[in-house]
Design a protein around this ligand. Sequence first.
Ligand code: ADP
Ligand code: 5GP
Length: 187
Amino acid sequence: MNKKLYVISGSSGVGKGTVLKGFMAKNPDFMLSISCTTRKPREGEIDGVNYFFLTREDFQDCIDNDKFLEWAEFAGNFYGTKKKYIKQCLEEGKNIILEIDTKGALQVKKQMPEAVLIFICPPSYEALENRLRGRHTEDEETIQKRLNEAKTEIERGKQFDYQVVNDNLEIAIENLEKIINGERNNA
Ligand code: ADP
Ligand code: 5GP
């Protein structure tokens, strides 16, 4: 049985990973898609678990051979979702969530209009900056690039099917659950 695809986007540091971790802990029948990226692994990230870490050359090869359902450049690195991987997960009846940037999300919606696009918003720009800095995973130049991207991401997020504000974490997780359960019941 084919399932719906859920796509989650939001500015870097808004808490996508944290909200999704909470959601997945309560909904173990969902799986997170593993993307490809040319970004270097952060401390603790594992190839094939967090991402498939590719060289620029290998990533370009996948683009040239039309292997991606969507791909985008984000803050100086390339990110993409493999077509074959998603097709296989959907055919196996898995409930799959993509955590990708807004450009990629809109590409998915074009190809798969039944995909459900959910945008995670920060309570304020200041909160976003504090979270991104508080994570201590990026240098100043990267933080600036990501904060710059945040403004366009928030504009593009207006085209999404749903918006969830991540102010109180528990409430954000509950709201995400309500949206996804509502969509599942409508399937
Ligand atoms: P993203 O995946 O969107 O880049 P993360 O999930 O890594 O963001 O979260 C960025 C930082 O913000 C982390 O340090 C996380 O603990 C913190 N954070 C996430 N959600 C909240 C929240 N609701 N309130 C306060 N801090 C949060
Ligand atoms: P990070 O480097 O913080 O892991 O991710 C940076 C941005 O890339 C985030 O907005 C994340 O959602 C996005 N991203 C991760 N994987 C993909 C993907 O496969 N495709 C696209 N378009 N964006 C992705």
